[in-house]
Design a protein around this ligand. Sequence first.
Ligand code: SF4
Length: 480
Amino acid sequence: MIKPSDASIWASCIRRVWLDKHQVGQVNVEISDFDQLLRDSGLEHETAVLAKLQQQYDVHKAHSMEHTRELMQQNVPVIYQGRLLDELHGLIGYPDFLILHESGGYQAADAKLSHSANKKGIQIQLGLYRRILNNQLPALVFLGDGNTAAIGDEVDSLVDKFIIAMQALLVMDVQPAVRYSHSKCRICPYFEQCTPEFEANEDISLIYGIHGNSANHLATAGLSTITQLANSCVEAIPDVPYLKGHKKKHHAILQAKAYQTGEIYQLNDIILPEGMWIHFDIEDNPLTPTRERHVYLWGLLTAPYSRDDFDYIWTDDETRDYQGWVNFLEKISSYRAQYSTLVLAHYSNHERTTIRKYAERYAMKDHATVVWLLGNNSPLFDMQKTVVDNLILPLQGYGLKDICKHKDLVNFQWQDEDSGSQWSVVQFSRFLATTDPHEKLKLKNEILGYNRDDVMATRRLEEWLRSINASEIRAIKEMN
Ligand code: SF4
């Protein structure tokens, strides 16, 4: 049978659906703490939607497919956890709600944490409910931000494509050929099963910057292995999706060489801004009741950059959100007064985006410190952009941990091996939930320790960038 819940996996990787359906391979399906937190938050959201509907309508819980059919025949206003079946087409569905419309038909509805219904998985899922219900009424999505979205005929072609593809996958004897995706594969339970095959084939999708679709087109043009790509020249690579123009092709060739040899390629001189560097990293929680991200920790590392130089603003919960933001601005303002030239170094664009969103949230775009932080002479300095623009590294991803933990690159190790941004959100949710003051303090210290390691890592990255600029390491070749 095809389930609507197959949709998001299918949209991510068709091999994963095939492996799931054919139950091939040893899979560790242990759910991560973060995924469990997401599930719990999803259930809380569904319960909140249920409570609202119960205030307006008579809501009946369904216990089986037959019971759902009976309740629909009785025209009950809202059916909770209904079960739908289309035996002819092999479709089953479990919409959170079935809502009786004035026309006499039922509308399927799901509660989703997402702020948008414009996601393939959601569209197919809700489209399938409509297909099983076989009426013209749009399906509804009760979004995490409190809005409601409608999904109608516009997704029919996508639903058709999904059903046809799934029917083919269900009868397929061998696993479908797919490409490697660093973002999807490394968090997939079949990672250990699939990766050896990609590596044995020297699949070019293993290379950073080579999208699966690009790899398919390149293979058609006779370029299918990492060795072929590494030995290629820009002129020999055709224009394919996501890989057009001299610069991208040149980088792809160097990336393939770096993958094979472990070497670093420097594209340009790395220019780091002058001034007093302060390293900056935030921890935020997306799972607030309002679904507005709450920054619970604004972390900073000041000179001389030892563990004792870690500075921060912490807020115990989202009710202190505004105070935390104002305290952050005050701290930045005091640094500005202290140092004639300040560099606020962070990794990725997230910190700048968050400052902009907070300024909008609290109508403070004209605040002097905000104007300075986001203006033309901003002290904010994104180190990831500098790395990506100037270096080709023997990596499959350019995240802070990818670069810093690599023994031949920055070689900085976090004290807590398991820590990470999702780990931090889980720890913070435990901090919120516990009433035990000792446990609270322990969790807070763990989160602070992780954030301190993050800013120490960006400091080590800064030092590493300065060292490779100043040194004559043979592995670094100027190829531009
Ligand atoms: S490891 Fe990658 S290719 Fe294999 S099933 Fe998972 S997502 Fe698909």
